[in-house]
Design a protein around this ligand. Sequence first.
Ligand code: HEM
Length: 160
Amino acid sequence: MRLRTTACTATLVIGLAAFLQAALPGTAQDPESAPPAVDEAHDDETPLAVQMEIIEESMSKLRRTVRKPEQDAQSLELLSKIQTAVIASKAQPPAMIARVPEGERSAFLAAYRKEMIAFLEQVLAIEKALLEGDHDTARAAHKAASAMEDTGHETFTDDE
Ligand code: HEM
């Protein structure tokens, strides 16, 4: 009987300690069981959406800088940023892949990567024209790259 009471008390104490450890902020936690760190700025976004926002912001700044030879340095910096984000995007499957039938997934992913490559080539064309001092061609190439947003999104995003 006494033994059972002692065992019961021990269970209570262990239970209480576990509760306090979970409930009190700042209490040391086993790193293995700690929740993964959340990037609070992007906690509900896919890794691809994060890259897309970088592309959107830089493409929009570039629309203004690309016309002005005195802003070539900014344009080239923006172009590097866009290219890095496109390379990162190319490796990220679109969220829509989950709703593509299994048998069609590899074709869908190949088409997606090819579209990203085409977009990257268009962004590189802007850079090449700027390096040649041809701002009219750079502007036209920027316009063509911007137009790829609609076709890319029509094919590789859905409403989910
Ligand atoms: C000027 C070019 C582009 C711009 C400015 C742009 C911008 C964006 C933006 C703002 C989003 C929403 C991000 C969010 O949810 O917060 C997005 C999503 C997306 N974009 Fe683009 N985009 C461009 C080109 C492309 C291209 C060429 C493709 C495909 C080859 C593409 C594929 C996608 C996909 C699949 C998503 C959904 C994100 C996901 O599935 O996780 N985008 N884009």
